[in-house]
Write a protein that binds this ligand. Structure first.
Ligand SMILES: [Mg+2]
Length: 281
């Protein structure tokens, strides 16, 4: 299968590094891809940090990379919003980094995160939506600045007819001392309150695969997603005509593979073993 792949789409956390530790063999894996005459791009679903943060981290690990070798769920979302919803107004559940990305790309957001949250707000919160206030869509990201006011406004807007969009479905984000709630968990709260489910853009969406196909001018079957998460990394490949290669250095173990409905095309202990398999070509 590896022989027929031209572009490897590489997840970061749990695949290339784990927190502040580089996965053994990650550098050799990137060398092996290049030596086999193939290409790679890093792709993270994480929407809380700017790409600059992850690129610096890779560079600190001795992996020289630039913005053109790096894609995120935010890139895909912004690309789709610009094409599908030109001129629309968005209520954004996101960090200041995410707000910056939207603004730099000319998108209109109706709110800015402030750190002087008024706790009295909780006492007066109501679902009233004033004339002219309703945005075209609520866009949820991995919002580490989420508070009750944002949650309440998002639910009120969706109930009044705003579209419900989300940047990626990850339910948790792996951290050094355990997992923390991610974009999918925030969306689950909104869904529980409104009965509405979001449209997701990052991995495993068809939009993500289309974005990568356009970037590399390549057919889907020549693309392999390499990652540690079944419902994002692997699903992106297997649900869209590409390939999904699971590594066991992150959140998925043998027991989860057996229990899951998503079937990876291949399973490797780590990227080090993929490098060894690639050296046969
Ligand atoms: Mg991962």
């Amino acid at each position: 299968m590896l022989e027929h792949i031209d572009v490897f789409v590489l997840d970061l956390d749990g695949t290339i590094y784990l927190g502040d530790t580089l996965i053994d063999g990650a550098g050799a894996f990137l060398d092996a891809i290049r030596a086999a005459g193939k290409r790679y791009v890093f792709f993270t679903n994480n929407s809380s940090r700017s790409p600059h943060y992850c690129i610096e981290k890779l560079n600190r690990f001795g992996i020289a990379t630039t913005r053109d070798e790096f894609m995120t769920s935010v890139d895909v979302t912004i690309d789709c919003l610009k094409k599908e919803r030109p001129g629309q107004r968005f209520y954004l559940l996101g960090t200041p980094d995410l707000e910056e990305a939207f603004l730099q790309n000319g998108l209109t957001i109706t709110n800015r995160t402030t750190h002087d949250y008024d706790y009295a707000y909780g006492l007066t919160a109501c679902a009233e939506v004033r004339e002219g206030e309703l945005p075209d869509a609520v866009v949820a990201g991995f919002d580490k600045t989420l508070n009750y006011e944002k949650l309440e406004r998002a639910c009120a807007y969706i109930q009044k007819g705003a579209a419900f969009l989300a940047i990626h479905p990850d339910i948790t984000c792996p951290m050094e001392h355990g997992a923390i709630p991610d974009c999918g968990a925030i969306c689950a709260a909104i869904t529980a309150s409104t009965g509405m489910a979001p449209h997701y853009y990052g991995k495993p969406s068809v939009e993500t695969v289309a974005y990568i196909m356009r970037h590399f001018d390549i057919a889907p079957e020549r693309i392999a997603f390499v990652g540690d998460r079944l419902y994002t990394d692997i699903q992106a490949g297997v649900a869209n005509g590409s390939k999904g290669i699971l590594v066991l250095t992150g959140e998925t173990g043998e027991a989860e593979i057996a229990a899951a409905s998503v079937r990876p095309d291949a399973v490797f202990a780590s990227v080090k073993e993929i490098a060894e398999a690639l050296s046969d070509y």
